[in-house]
Design a binder for this molecule. Structure first.
Ligand SMILES: [Zn+2]
Length: 378
């Protein structure tokens, strides 16, 4: 095992540089499904799965569901987005593997979510924690809590705090479990919380975890905080060796009270880079910058303000007008705002509020620019 440390790391840059299929380890004809995640440059990270990979994935997600007490008697309402994002289909086939009844409703349309949740007797809800909170508030507002039969939630794809967990558990009358995964390693189902909620069990029969110091790149012992690195053991289509996740965590070796012997990881407390996760979508400040550079009427000086006032994340982008645009007082600022809003939506995949501000009104910095104000209490 010590020899693993002699191998070089794999980084997101390696994946980007070999876009789209350069790191597939089998002929393309052996790949039966592809997923992709957003990246900084517009080109996504592409991952491919063989039949056996999909089989493994379904097994591991079924394992996650079983850790919540799930069985074939359960009705799983899957409100993760279906598509290139691994959340929807990853959860879907795991629920089927378990033998549970899956409701592939995908995200959004909350009124319909709540109607089916009551009519179908949904017992397990899977989605991002912020969407679960939104649904919980709607359930309480509609006075339908006694019609809801939920017993567990499987929430992931964005960081969330223990306070949020406690609120979700109280509002929905459930046990809320954190699920971890990333498409580069598999998708959801790399690690999962059991009923004791003392860290996530990493399925180390399929993935070797390491924690490294992100600066020195040296491995750190159990109990020390650092960057999470994974090596896949069983993947065929897109195996990775020492993949640097940029997620910050701690590994624990002690056996869990549930009896499972997997290595456990602390829930993700941050990232080594500047990526933001907003409503489950990866957002890089540099993506906004590139949009602003496309528009001549604005300066590439901007500020992202992220807040979570009503359970869902709100993104406001403050953008400086160019001096010319400002002094000409050209009628059409509303048109500019709308165009920016549309362009941001198409690049990021989420909507944002655009606030045009005067030239030079956003503070400049000598060092690393402060581009983000994150007011969320995670
Ligand atoms: Zn456990």
């Amino acid at each position: 095992m010590d020899d693993l440390r002699k191998l070089p790391f794999t980084t997101k840059k390696d994946l980007r540089d070999t876009y789209p299929f350069g790191l597939f380890a089998v002929p393309r004809s052996e790949i039966v499904r592809m997923h992709a995640s957003s990246g900084t440059t517009g080109k996504p990270i592409v991952v491919g799965y063989t039949k056996k990979d999909l089989d493994t994935w379904a097994d591991l997600v079924a394992r996650c569901m079983a850790m919540t007490g799930g069985t074939k008697e359960d009705v799983v309402q899957n409100a993760y987005g279906y598509g290139l994002f691994t959340g929807g289909l990853g959860i879907h086939y795991g629920a089927e593997r378990l033998g549970a009844t899956i409701v592939p409703i995908s995200g959004g349309n909350t009124a319909r979510q709540l109607m089916l949740m009551q009519d179908f007797g949904t017992t397990i809800l899977t989605c991002t924690p912020s969407y679960a909170m939104f649904m919980a508030d709607e359930i309480i507002a509609a006075g339908i809590k006694e019609n809801i039969k939920l017993k567990a939630g499987i929430f992931g794809a964005e960081p969330w705090s223990n306070n949020m967990r406690l609120q979700l558990e109280e509002k929905l009358g459930i046990k809320a479990h954190d699920i971890y995964g990333l498409s580069e390693v598999l998708g959801p189902g790399v690690a999962m919380e059991c009923e004791h909620q003392k860290g996530l069990h990493i399925f180390d029969d399929h993935f070797i975890p390491e924690i490294i110091d992100p600066e020195t790149e040296q491995p750190l012992p159990y109990g020390q905080k650092g960057e999470l690195v994974f090596t896949t053991l069983t993947k065929e289509g897109f195996p990775v060796i020492r993949y640097r996740t940029k997620d910050i965590s701690v590994l624990y070796e002690e056996k869990c009270d549930c009896g499972r012997t997997h290595v456990r990881m602390e829930r993700i407390t941050g990232r080594t880079d500047d990526m933001l996760i907003i409503r489950g979508v990866n957002v890089f400040p540099s993506q906004i910058e590139s949009v602003l550079l496309e528009f001549g009427e604005t300066e590439p000086h901007y500020l992202l303000v992220v807040d979570r006032k009503a359970a869902m994340d709100d993104l406001e982008i403050q953008v400086e007008l160019s001096s010319k645009m400002f002094s000409d007082k050209i009628a059409g600022l509303e048109v500019l705002e709308r165009r920016l809003k549309e362009r941001i939506l198409s690049v990021l995949g989420i909507s944002a509020k655009i606030k045009l501000v005067e030239p030079k009104s956003i503070p400049r910095s000598e060092g690393k620019a402060k581009r983000v104000i994150d007011k969320r209490e995670l």
